[in-house]
Design a protein around this ligand. Structure first.
Ligand SMILES: Cc1cc2nc3c(=O)[nH]c(=O)nc-3n(C[C@H](O)[C@H](O)[C@H](O)COP(=O)(O)O)c2cc1C
Length: 406
């Protein structure tokens, strides 16, 4: 080669002044976003997001369950422009996934839930606000997001529950999810080891952490103090541990309490937990419009069956008229394709978008949802399915168990 030809091959790196864009340019999947979040967040905060209950068997099993399914593609079909739209609870959504309710988003990024809502507003992607959210119901509604869901932990104080439901309805929240897998809090070993408090307190250990993560702490200290935005401890006591917060909620909850919620909530109602077929039928007869199959991302009962394995039996038990949402372990668009093929209408993603939030705020959440949509689109194209509806219809032909029994 001549010197001039060699010169033409050389590419000098261009400097991107925006830190978020610089970070995101290197994130090609959700695992990369996870690594980027780990670099930015103090260790206890990262572990709060990343960790799970006890031995974290469910956390790993959720991933393994998705990965155990294989694709059996069809070829030479026109898949130039696959249709990712779905209709869920009477609304058309642009993609068959939404963002699951997660507590304490402002601990992960100062803009917290507002950043998540802005990242998905106007894009036909549902987002659930947690009872333990750090943004008020009204502030979140003010983002103009058209598909907000509210997630309810039923508090011992039923007046508080009714007030939350009334506020969410008045603010235009579209659907309500009642979480039923938290009669007591899961034992999150990483949080216990780190001595995590909410908000994180400035102990000798965390002061050392400031030196390691100055960007995180500067942003946190410049913003309003972190706290629960929608539920106040009744006696003004500080509920600073996960177990303390969960003690606000009622461990004696029964199906009768679902009747009370159903009577109060005017819109679509979903029950969120690892419901088997019998419980799912019970939920439907209690007036639920949907079941959100979830083991809380492995954060509650460790060794709990992965929800992806519940989709088909629950679908067979409740029929087609009940909306089925599935989460726990989704880290790639291909996982969403598996869940749809098994009979889900919609998937929810938890940690996947929180890694984006931790890495780069709103831009990070947008990046996470863009990656998932692009991965799902490519999966459909390579699988030979022209739409989500076709994937659902031909699920058993296109997605098969990885045990060779097909
Ligand atoms: C940091 C974090 C906080 C969560 N907080 C709540 C919550 O307040 N209410 C709830 O119903 N689920 C909560 N979840 C569970 C999620 O809604 C969802 O079920 C789970 O994250 C899905 O699994 P994945 O993280 O593997 O996607 C939380 C999950 C995480 C990771």
């Amino acid at each position: 080669m001549r010197l001039r030809e060699i010169g033409e091959l050389v590419r000098w790196p261009s400097f991107e002044p925006d830190r978020h864009r610089r970070v995101l340019a290197r994130c090609h999947d959700l695992d990369d976003l996870r690594v980027a979040a780990r670099r930015r967040l103090p260790r206890p905060v990262f572990d709060y997001v990343d960790g799970a209950a006890d031995e974290e068997i469910s956390l790993r099993a959720n991933r393994a369950a998705f990965q155990s399914w294989q694709f059996r593609p069809r070829v030479l079909r026109d898949i130039a422009d696959p249709d990712l739209r779905v209709s869920v609870l009477g609304r058309e959504l642009s993609v068959p996934f939404g963002l699951a309710p997660t507590g304490f988003a402002r601990m992960i990024h100062p803009e917290g839930e507002v950043a998540v809502a802005r990242a998905t507003a106007g894009r036909g992607i549902p987002y659930g606000l947690s009872t333990t959210g750090t943004t008020t119901i009204e502030q979140l509604a003010a983002t103009g997001h058209e598909e907000l869901w509210f997630q309810l932990y039923v508090a011992r104080d039923r007046k508080l529950v009714h007030a939350l439901l009334d506020r969410a309805a008045a603010s235009g929240f579209r659907a309500l999810e009642v979480t039923v897998d938290t009669p007591v809090s899961g034992r999150r070993s990483r949080d216990l080891r780190a001595g995590l408090t909410l908000p994180p307190t400035l102990t000798a250990r965390s002061l050392l952490g400031i030196a390691a993560r100055p960007g995180y702490w500067l942003a946190a200290l410049r913003n309003p103090a972190l706290g629960f935005a929608n539920v106040q401890p009744p006696d003004g006591a500080a509920y600073t541990t996960i177990a303390g917060i969960t003690s606000l909620f009622d461990p004696s909850l029964t199906w009768d309490d679902i009747d009370d919620v159903r009577a109060r909530w005017p819109g679509p109602l979903l029950i969120k937990g690892p419901l088997g077929p019998a419980d799912a039928v019970r939920a439907a007869s209690a007036g639920a419009d949907g079941i959100h199959l979830s083991n809380h991302g492995g954060r509650q009962l460790d060794r709990c069956i992965p929800p992806v394995e519940l989709i088909r039996p629950v679908r067979e038990a409740v029929g087609e008229h009940i909306t089925l949402v599935a989460d726990s372990g989704i880290r790639h668009g291909a996982d969403i394709a598996v869940a749809i093929a098994r009979g889900a209408d919609l998937c929810m993603v938890g940690r996947g978008y929180l890694y984006g939030l931790g890495a780069a705020g709103q831009a990070g959440v947008e990046h996470a949802t863009d990656l998932l949509a692009a991965q799902l689109r490519r999966t459909l194209q390579l699988l030979g399915a022209a739409s989500i509806a076709e994937l659902r219809r031909c699920g058993d032909e296109l997605v098969v168990p990885g045990d060779g029994q097909h």
